[in-house]
Design a protein around this ligand. Structure first.
Ligand code: NDP
Length: 240
């Protein structure tokens, strides 16, 4: 029987590449998204992967959304917590609203989704929870106190849940991408972006497919001994 994988924020960017790679590796895949119906429609037409709309920052929304996914595809074996946003500013200009939005979408979401699948994974004795952190959760980044805090929070969550889940056949890992060529990074000004690329030893942005390949490995049976870890994929920019 094909295993079922859910990828939050799976309709665009890194999430889209993860969905396609997991499908190619033989999983039944569901993507989730928040509001961009046009991108989601295009994604489903292109990949044949269904997209489910709900806010990962809303616990009850996740519960309901996951129930629809389980009804359509079956119980969730692999959860990829990928949805994320940025609201960048130095702390002295960061609003409480932007603090909460970033922490809610990037970190509360990891609780909201994981909490709603973990009991089933424990009962069935198998599970993979893979969360997308960031180089900026490891190294910190000026202008991103909210994002850096949320992404660092994912790393702590991963270590704790890995300990709780190891005896149940569930692995819990994080991936910390460096700068990847997606809309999120294209939103940065060209001057700032060229300065960023200068600091990357491989002298280019990463590709979404390079993050997806790590997800496929961590989802596999071969990765059963890897848990509680943060896998750095950043072109040599930062050695955690
Ligand atoms: P994109 O902005 O390209 O895509 C974000 C996806 O997340 C979209 O599908 C979006 O849905 C969805 N999403 C956003 N907010 C919510 C929400 N509240 N509920 C449900 N879905 C939501 O992001 P990237 O592909 O660039 O980034 C993916 C992940 O990788 C993020 O966690 C990001 O922080 C992390 N990352 C990215 C890096 C990069 O260089 N790009 C570097 C390091 C980490 P919709 O289309 O409806 O808006």
């Amino acid at each position: 029987m094909k295993r079922v994988a859910v990828v939050t924020g799976g309709t665009r960017g890194i999430g889209e590449a993860i969905c396609e790679a997991l499908k190619h590796a033989g999983y039944k895949v569901a993507a989730t998204y928040q509001g961009n119906d046009e991108a989601a429609k295009k994604f489903t037409e292109k990949t044949g992967i269904p997209a489910f709309k709900f806010d990962v920052g809303d616990f009850d929304g996740c519960k309901e959304g996951l129930a629809h996914i389980v009804k359509a595809l079956g119980p969730v074996d692999i959860l990829v917590n990928n949805a994320g946003i940025t609201r960048d500013a130095f702390l002295h200009k960061t609003t409480l609203k932007h603090w909460h939005e970033v922490v809610n979408t990037n970190l509360d979401s990891v609780f909201n989704m994981s909490r709603n699948v973990i009991e089933g994974m424990r009962e069935r004795g198998f599970g993979r929870i893979i969360s997308i952190s960031s180089i900026n959760g490891q190294a910190g980044q000026a202008g991103q106190t909210n994002y850096s805090a949320a992404k660092a929070g994912i790393i702590g969550f991963t270590k704790a849940l890995a300990q709780e889940s190891a005896s149940k056949g569930i692995t819990v890992n994080a991936i910390a991408p460096g700068y990847i060529d997606t809309e999120m990074v294209r939103a940065v000004s060209p001057e700032v972006l060229s300065k960023i690329v200068e600091k990357i030893p491989v002298k280019r942005l990463g590709k979404a497919e390079e993050i997806a390949a790590m997800v496929v490995f961590l989802a596999s049976d071969q990765a059963a001994f890897a848990t509680g870890a943060t896998f750095t994929v950043n072109g040599g920019q930062y050695f955690a």
